[in-house]
Design a protein around this ligand. Sequence first.
Ligand SMILES: [Zn+2]
Length: 266
Amino acid sequence: MSETRADPWEVLAVRHGRLLTTRADFFLNYGEYGQPDAPLELGYWFWIVRNGTHTIVVDTGFSAGGARSRGREVTLEPATALAALGIDAGTDVQVVITHAHYDHAGNLDLFPTQPVYLHAAETAFWLGPDAQHRQFRGVVDEADLSALERVVASGRAVRIDEQREIAAGVSLVPLPGHTPGQLAVVVETPRGRIVLASDACHLDEELEEDMPFKHNTDLIGLYRGLARLRDWQQSGDLVIPGHEPTVLQRFPGLGGALAGHAVRLA
Ligand SMILES: [Zn+2]
């Protein structure tokens, strides 16, 4: 019997923020579609993958400063959510940073000793000269990048450059395009395979209508990533986009301090 069946993974999605924006501000070159503008809601999520022996924190949300400076509504502090889940710096945790944008890589200092998995291309880009341009700089926080640099300097960064299983039934899959090292996390669960797309796809509509978000480093790669996500969907896998607001209503909610903030995907 595989470890996955003997010790099944639970997958939780935690919404820590939200934003009411517009379709024209969200989708890349929205005028191409000939559609009227309209309001658009985004959820800001991170995810927990755990079983009896492992806890994997997938992204660490935005920092209070990163959220405030951009007018994002913080609905629950990531640190509060992690504490409510019994996850703290003393927990035996693996941290995955799907990409280095401010809304995914804040709060890294909450995990001062844990291994941090990320794509080698992500650290190379953000800590290198190509990321200095204004169009890239606006979606990261300098404090987060400094924290990332400290992770690398401490030897805790586990940098991958191809698909890798980090625990039995949990794989990191590079889907570059939104950023050079964008990762998806694929989890084998009792309900089937769950693909945490993170920002390889922000919204269900992005996937269904082939309408990319405005920030990308490689649009061709982004489109290829969307195609890969559709392949998974067509195989019956559950694909969870990184900013889909309806996830909060579509899955069973957690109780206690997390009521109204977190759901169980598996
Ligand atoms: Zn994001």
